[in-house]
Write a protein that binds this ligand. Structure first.
Ligand code: DTR
Ligand code: CA
Ligand code: ZN
Ligand code: ZN
Length: 328
């Protein structure tokens, strides 16, 4: 990827795997369309191929278990400048490389420590129109950071792997990012945005951010920064019968901010942090009023036990829906 120029370290691409998956997907779509010859005209096979997948939450949780093990083996955290961060990045990168993504590790320094962003491009699509989903991969030093932000990192990873499994051939180009040093003030994502030329910034059609999507006492918050992107998520949750609220409390508090600041349309999801769930919110979403959305926010108890599976599942499915919808 030209945009990360000076600190590009490695690339890998396995396009044979992707091509094989496309053939398999089309082959299964055609007989399905023939099953009801007497009914209304069958939808074109392409529509079936383009339907967003149901992301298996078990797969997302398996990534969280791996991130937990990485933290446990590295002084209990995955923080910027600590060995657990690089081990987390290596885990995600290996999955993406094996799935046929072109990965780039972008290096930066902050606070005297080396930090890393991971960028993964899905080969193909119009590179003048990039649909981009990202999440920060670093934890605070106090704990393993499984909800904050193993959850977003795992949901974005599993969506990327689903793109590969489907052999998706989107009209637009797909890119995924895992940011370093968000907890130090969005350092990695800002570094990435600053490394882009004005022309390459303009090619980003949309940046979607996922920071904390499995909060144990969850809310369903949608960023309202861009109406088109907000609508995609609201449509998804409306179909599922899940009420949403606009994310207001954290404006500018995560990695979408550097993108928004240079004019990139941004969207995203958030299931709540230290703020208390109100009675009205508990009424519509369940859970416990008068308690934080995430009582373990930035604490050592942000482990695999600190995740609500339903929130993680719905939000992961919403990521896939947005990626499929926006890139088609
Ligand atoms: N930036 C997060 C926590 C956070 C708090 N409010 C929001 C709103 C939207 C996204 C994220 C957040 C952290 O990493 O601590
Ligand atoms: Ca699912
Ligand atoms: Zn945090
Ligand atoms: Zn976070």
């Amino acid at each position: 990827m030209s945009s990360s120029g000076r600190s590009l370290i490695r690339r890998a691409a396995i396009s044979v795997t992707a091509a094989g998956a496309v053939v398999a997907t089309l082959a299964t779509a055609a007989p399905a369309a023939q099953l009801s010859p007497a009914g209304p005209a069958p939808a074109p096979a392409a529509a079936a191929v383009l339907a967003a997948p149901d992301i298996p939450v078990a797969n997302v949780k398996a990534h969280l278990s791996q991130l937990q093990s990485i933290a446990t083996a590295n002084s209990g955290n995955r923080a910027h400048g600590r060995p657990g961060y690089k081990a987390s990045l290596d885990y995600i990168k290996a999955k993406l490389d094996a799935a046929g993504f072109t990965t780039t590790v972008q290096q930066f320094t902050s606070g005297g420590a080396t930090g890393y962003n991971l960028i993964a491009d899905w080969p193909g699509g119009d590179t003048d129109n990039v649909v981009f989903a990202g999440s920060h991969l670093d934890s605070v030093t106090a704990g393993p950071g499984i909800n904050d932000n193993g959850s977003g990192s795992a949901g974005v990873l599993e969506t990327a792997l689903a793109v590969s499994r489907a052999g998706l051939k989107p009209t637009k180009h797909l890119r995924f990012g895992w940011w370093g040093a968000e907890e130090l003030g969005m350092v990695g994502s800002r570094y990435y945005v600053n490394s882009l030329s004005t022309a390459n910034r303009a090619k980003i059609d949309s940046y979607l951010n996922f920071d904390m999507i499995g909060s144990p006492n969850p809310g369903y918050f949608v960023y309202d920064d861009d109406t088109r992107l907000e609508s995609v998520f609201k449509d998804f949750f409306a179909t599922k019968g899940v009420p949403t609220e606009i994310e207001t409390e954290g404006d500018g508090r995560s990695d979408h901010a550097p993108f928004k600041n240079v004019g990139v349309p941004v969207g995203g999801l958030f299931s709540g942090a230290e703020t208390t769930k109100t009675a009205a919110q508990a009424q519509k979403w369940g859970g416990t009023s008068g308690q934080a959305f995430d009582r373990c926010y930035h604490r050592s108890c942000d482990t695999t036990a600190n995740v609500n599976d339903t929130a993680l599942d719905r939000n992961s499915d919403a990521i896939a829906y947005a990626i499929w919808t926006l890139s088609s």
